[in-house]
Design a binder for this molecule. Structure first.
Ligand code: NAG
Ligand code: NAG
Ligand code: NAG
Ligand code: NAG
Length: 369
């Protein structure tokens, strides 16, 4: 009983007196200072944990969104490179329709960021929302109030929001995109999972076909969203689809798996890391092929049971084509889901492939400079 009391007492003290448990874990106190400098070109990395970050190309990284367990070593290291480390923010929208609840959620996040010497938050709400519903307004308010609170409490901090590849109610996410963009520092556009709702033929297609991907940025900008608020998210993974049959022309028919109103979806496939794809492609039935229309690589292979699969993915060639658009249209930068998906082993072939993926992130104009 006494032990419990003491524990509660210490915890309570630590919640109220910030100084009691916020010792800087870094080599030098300076590294605990939040990053306030904005770089011209954003390279936004989602990190899902463990130590892959040690192998990232830190000459490029500007922001790391910590989607894994908080790692103080990563915080110190990112700061030593002038890069931000930001929190993940996710909440059930029905819980934050109530303004008091919303304020409480935001206060908790700001406290956590401060305690962990972090530089902002990435709000990742991928829930379906109906236009003009209570959740629709609550979401915009959440972003606006989070940004105000973070900017006030952690000067120079960054608040970002993750949006679907297109603003057109993808996966029934009918958000007020223009107001949300206005209310935060940047939108991370998730230009992947673009087959989450397949309305036409149920066939395997690219994760992020180029035309569909780029036209959606035009749609964002047509809503008067400043290109300098848009970070292009590219996938460092692909989809492995089992084929019901493979036509003469190489079209892979996929099982019907409905999603949010659409008859078919990429849920018929399985997400695979770029690292695994690179280990498989050379020994596949087809080897690497290239689809001119979608500007994406793919290949076919047979599994142990003899069933044909088609794998669609992104590689330096397809990513470079998208990155060039960033330069041409003056977007804020690029990023990926996620940083951990490359092969960071000592294998020389893997090392070269990993380096090429990082290098593909810079638009041509930047590469030449
Ligand atoms: C407030 O949020 C909590 C969860 O964080 C939830 O259980 C509760 O129902 C919410 N209250 C209201 C009024 O939305
Ligand atoms: C994609 O864009 C190119 C170049 O603008 C165009 O020629 C092509 O027809 C487009 N493809 C589709 C499927 O829209
Ligand atoms: C392939 O499978 C699809 C879906 O079952 C079917 O509609 C189509 O006719 C099949 N094509 C061939 C060439 O067998
Ligand atoms: C696969 O083939 C490509 C192109 O021939 C080559 O550059 C690469 O090193 C090969 N990958 C592996 C893992 O052997």
């Amino acid at each position: 009983m006494l032990v419990v009391w003491l524990f509660l007492l210490t915890t309570a003290q630590c919640l109220s007196l910030i100084s009691c448990d916020t010792q800087c874990p870094c080599e030098s106190q300076e590294l605990c200072q939040q990053i306030t400098v904005e770089k011209d070109f954003e390279v936004y990395v989602f990190d899902v944990g463990k130590k892959a970050w040690k192998s990232y190309d830190w000459t490029k990284v500007t922001t790391v969104a910590a989607f894994g367990k908080y790692d103080p070593e990563l915080m110190c290291y990112a700061h030593s490179k002038g890069a931000r480390l930001v929190l993940k923010g996710d909440v059930h929208l029905s819980d934050i329709v109530d303004p008091a609840n919303r304020t409480a959620w935001i206060a908790e996040k700001v406290d956590l960021a401060k305690k962990q010497f972090m530089d902002g938050i990435n709000i990742d709400i991928e829930q379906q929302v109906e236009e003009s519903s209570p959740e629709y307004y609550a979401l915009t308010a959440l972003v606006k109030e989070s940004t105000e609170a973070f900017h006030k409490e952690i000067p120079g901090s960054q608040v970002s929001f993750d949006v679907a590849w297109s603003p057109k109610c993808i996966d029934k996410r009918c958000y007020d995109y223009a107001a949300i963009a206005e209310s935060c520092d940047l939108l991370f556009v998730m230009s992947y999972d673009e087959q989450s709702q397949v309305w036409d033929d149920c066939i395997a297609m690219a994760n992020a076909p180029i035309n569909q991907t780029l036209i959606a940025y035009e749609h964002y900008m047509m809503m008067k969203i400043d290109p300098k608020k848009l970070v292009m998210g590219v996938p460092w993974y692909g989809y492995d689809y089992p084929c019901l049959n493979l036509s003469q022309e190489g079209v892979c028919a996929i099982p019907k798996v409905p999603f949010r109103g659409a008859p078919c979806s990429d849920a018929a496939g399985r997400q695979v890391p770029y690292s695994s794809i690179m280990q498989q492609v050379n020994n596949s039935m087809s080897g690497r092929m290239w689809d001119e229309v979608q500007a994406a690589p793919y290949y076919n292979y047979k599994d142990k049971a003899g069933r044909v699969h088609q794998v669609w993915y992104d590689d330096p060639e397809s990513i470079s084509l998208k990155a060039d658009y960033i330069g041409a249209r003056g977007l804020r930068g690029i990023g990926m889901w996620n940083g951990n998906l490359l092969d960071y082993s000592n294998n020389p072939v893997a090392q070269q492939q990993t380096k090429d993926m990082w290098n593909a992130l810079k638009p041509n104009q930047e590469k030449e400079r």
